[in-house]
Ligand binder design. Structure first.
Ligand code: SAM
Length: 419
């Protein structure tokens, strides 16, 4: 069964989105079957702690097959006959466990907070420190399903043109609350089949990521660097803000990711981007660019704790050791990027993490190391997003969460190099 194969591959350390993509490339499932396979696979990852807790109550060892059987009963509500149809060769211990679970629901008052929130226990003290009394609400939202947001491409007519083109394909998309170029789509339509997507009027991008790119405030004619550009999600948004004018350089240490940006840039009609693969430990080209950029974005590699709704399998690969490795790397990348900013220019540091260690602690440490930079308060930086757009919160930084803003969890800080 496709779901079980996917769960086994994920258990062996592969990322769910790649596993599912490979499964769908191998066999041409009809769209309803594809979405059922994806929903069930991700549902097991999403609720893994609760499924494991229930399997323990039932005296059954946790493994992909047992979790799948538990999910079919506790999440999908299957009865004995339906379960037998789905998993005809279920071994006896798993069958007994599934029967035990038929009298129950996923939540149980005896479940500890980490189990109820379906989060790894190492993360809980970090989230408690961040959210205090709101911990459960924030953790529960992090376990939910993410919506589908798109960014309307200003180079190709902007939000009204995008909404009209989507409507031609029967796709309903409404403006997002904060991003002036954001659209939130109703339901789960096949975006990639729409004319609006094929012709580059829209790009799939969470509202939080759109704001991180906008807050950079890049203007037409400037020299801008997207330091950790990856497959170009934010590069595209910055190019649109620059109206295709000026120079935007997209760098990353991962050549494969940077190459993925090429078709996206072409589809969006972006012409002002140059790509440059850089060494993970520094780069000759970079060392010649000291003080050369008006704006630099560091969209840093991070734990991705803010995107657990989209990548629920990543929760179970995250660890305190990974956090320690990433915070050291983030500090290094920030220091490297700082040298590239012109006097009076701006440096934006962003993560899709909601952990203070990767967010404001990183900024505080940076400011202690770099007396030549100051923080630009969010209220001032927000002018770049649009004067009519409500600010998503007070404080010096941008901090978005699924529970409060219905976006991915995201952090961004704007720093200015003193003239
Ligand atoms: C959060 S992702 C970037 C996502 C991208 N900006 C987007 O919007 O789609 C972080 C990126 O940092 C890159 N990275 C990791 N280590 C790096 C290094 N030492 N130098 C430059 N980039 C690095 C990774 O390859 C990854 O693409």
């Amino acid at each position: 069964m496709a779901v079980l194969d996917a769960l086994v591959a994920i258990e062996n350390g592969r990322a769910a989105d790649r596993v599912l993509k490979a499964a769908f490339d191998r066999r041409k499932w009809l769209p309803p079957a594809r979405s059922r396979i994806a929903r069930l696979t991700l549902g097991v990852c999403r609720h893994r702690a609760q499924l494991d807790w229930w399997l323990e109550q039932a005296g059954c060892r946790s493994a992909p097959l047992a979790r799948l059987a538990a999910a079919l009963v506790l999440i999908e509500g299957l009865d004995k006959g339906q379960l037998r149809k789905h998993l005809p060769h279920l071994p006896t211990p798993e069958t007994h466990a599934a029967q035990f679970l038929m009298d129950h629901t996923l939540d149980h008052p005896d479940q500890p907070a980490a189990v109820r929130s379906n989060l790894p226990s190492w993360l809980m003290p970090h989230l408690k420190a961040r959210f205090g009394d709101r911990l459960l609400a924030e953790a529960t939202a992090l376990c939910g399903e993410a919506g589908l947001d798109m960014r309307a491409n200003a180079i190709k007519g902007g939000r009204d043109a995008a909404m009209a083109a989507l409507a031609e394909d029967g796709i309903i998309a409404l403006p997002t609350p904060y991003s002036p170029v954001g659209l939130r789509v109703e339901g789960r339509p096949a975006i990639a089949r729409s004319r609006a997507w094929r012709e580059g009027l829209v790009e799939v991008q969470d509202e939080a990521s759109q704001l991180a790119a906008l807050i950079l405030g890049a203007k037409p004619g400037e020299r801008v660097l997207d330091f950790c550009a990856g497959a170009g999600g934010k590069t595209l948004a910055i190019a649109a803000a620059m109206a295709n004018k000026g120079r935007l350089i997209a760098t990353d240490s991962d050549e494969r990711r940077l190459t993925e940006a090429v078709t996206r840039l072409r589809r969006a009609d972006v012409h002002n981007v140059t790509r440059h693969v850089i060494g993970a430990e520094g780069d000759k080209w970079l060392s010649r660019q000291k003080g050369a950029f008006d704006r630099v974005l560091v969209d840093a590699p991070c734990t991705g704790t803010g995107t657990f709704r989209r990548n629920p399998d990543a929760k179970w690969r995250s660890s305190a050791e990974e956090l320690a490795h990433l915070t050291a790397l983030q500090a290094k990348l920030l220091d490297r990027a700082a040298a590239l900013v012109k006097p009076g220019g701006r440096l934006v540091y962003a993560t899709c993490s909601i952990l203070a260690a990767e967010d404001e602690d990183q900024i505080d440490a940076f400011l202690a190391r770099h007396a030549g930079f100051r923080i630009v308060p969010l209220a001032d930086a927000w002018a770049a997003v649009g004067s009519e757009v409500p600010e998503p919160g007070a404080g010096p930084h941008l901090l978005l969460t699924p529970a409060r803003h219905e976006t991915d969890g995201f952090f961004a800080a704007v720093l200015e190099r003193l003239p």
